[in-house]
Design a protein around this ligand. Structure first.
Ligand SMILES: [Zn+2]
Length: 336
């Protein structure tokens, strides 16, 4: 739901930053069961707010990107995007005490999920009457993006678990420095602490920390070790890569917040588990909540779509801020 006028955007970002603690309280008030159940948690917004607090130019960049994003729909740039599949080279860093735990086949299973989810070929959408909370199936996005693993870096570490301070992205701190971070999507797989399944860096941040981080127990669709039962279908990566191309949480990270997308309903908070059909928002108009959207907090088996408006938002981010990562031909994969 896009409900704020562009003129208020700058003010909004500043206020938003200052109200972080209030937002957390808001979320807790509508969503305490998520934490109690040990459900999905993503630190992308917290990390972004930290970056904004440390560097005011971060907010300025995002304001500029937001203005260009809102002007993108119907523009010549958007028309030019209808050229078909774009390919993103991906560097996967496995940063564990035992890096052999995450096999090449497991990495491949994760990339397969990304490629299906971003091309509307995931199995749930083979059923054209799948529940979409009233959203038109024909408007579900084929994002026309595929991911190709060009490098796998295995880094044995003595760090037992990583926080969200980006240490996993720094060799000097027991992590693994990014590879070609201005042209490749770096994806770190590690043991994340504090119950987070992952986090991502939104466009415009430092190249040294750009990319997504996924907990190893939520990475891919199988493993030789126990995965989180609710998060073993690879959707954590789909969600985090969504952030990487500038998608926000569908509830806007606050009660009845704004995800800057025009065709998603307003949610009063995150959803966990697998809500029932006809689950409605407590926000004005009480719309049906699109809990099956990848940018909610539902279990892997219950999230299965991006909206058309989210695709437009991604395409704007690609054109404005991430063009160098998106190729029109397939890069060489490490997989046969
Ligand atoms: Zn998230």
């Amino acid at each position: 739901m896009r409900k704020l006028s562009f003129a208020f955007l700058s003010i909004m970002v500043i206020i938003y930053s200052c109200q972080k603690s209030d937002n957390v309280n808001d979320e807790a008030s509508v969503d305490s069961s998520i934490e109690e159940q040990g459900g999905r948690r993503c630190a992308a917004d917290e990390v972004l707010q930290q970056q904004i607090a440390e560097d005011p130019s971060r907010a300025a960049f995002l304001n500029e990107l937001e203005l260009k994003t809102q002007a993108y729909k119907g523009s010549a740039l958007e028309a030019a995007r209808s050229a078909g599949i774009l390919y993103v080279p991906v560097v996967v860093h496995v940063v564990l005490q035992n890096t052999a735990l995450v096999t090449d086949d497991q990495i491949r299973s994760q990339i397969d999920v990304l490629n299906k989810d971003f091309t509307k070929t995931n199995s749930e959408l083979s059923n054209t009457s799948v529940y979409l909370a009233g959203y038109n199936y024909n408007n579900v996005a084929n994002c026309e993006i595929k991911y190709v693993v060009t490098n796998i870096v295995r880094k044995t570490t003595t760090v037992t678990s990583f926080g969200t301070n980006d240490a996993v992205k720094k060799t000097s701190q027991g992590g693994s420095d990014p590879v070609d971070p201005t042209t490749k999507l770096n994806m770190w797989v590690c043991d994340l602490s504090s119950g987070y399944l992952g986090y991502a860096q939104f466009p415009g941040g430092s190249a040294a920390t750009d990319g997504v981080v996924i907990d190893y127990q939520a990475f891919g669709t199988f493993a030789s070790y126990p995965m989180y039962a609710a998060f073993n279908l690879g959707r954590t990566a789909t969600h985090e890569v969504g952030h990487w191309v500038n998608l926000r949480h569908i509830w806007g990270d606050r009660r009845c917040g704004d995800d800057y997308v025009g065709d998603t309903p307003q949610h009063d908070g995150s959803n966990g588990g697998c809500p029932t059909a006809n689950h409605t928002s407590k926000c004005p108009g009480r719309p049906l909540e699109q809990w099956m959207n990848y940018m909610d907090y539902t279990d892997d088996r219950c999230m299965y779509m991006f909206s058309g408006g989210q695709k437009t938002r991604m395409d704007a981010a690609i054109d404005v801020a991430r063009k160098a990562y998106f190729l029109t031909s397939t890069p060489t994969s490490v997989f046969k």
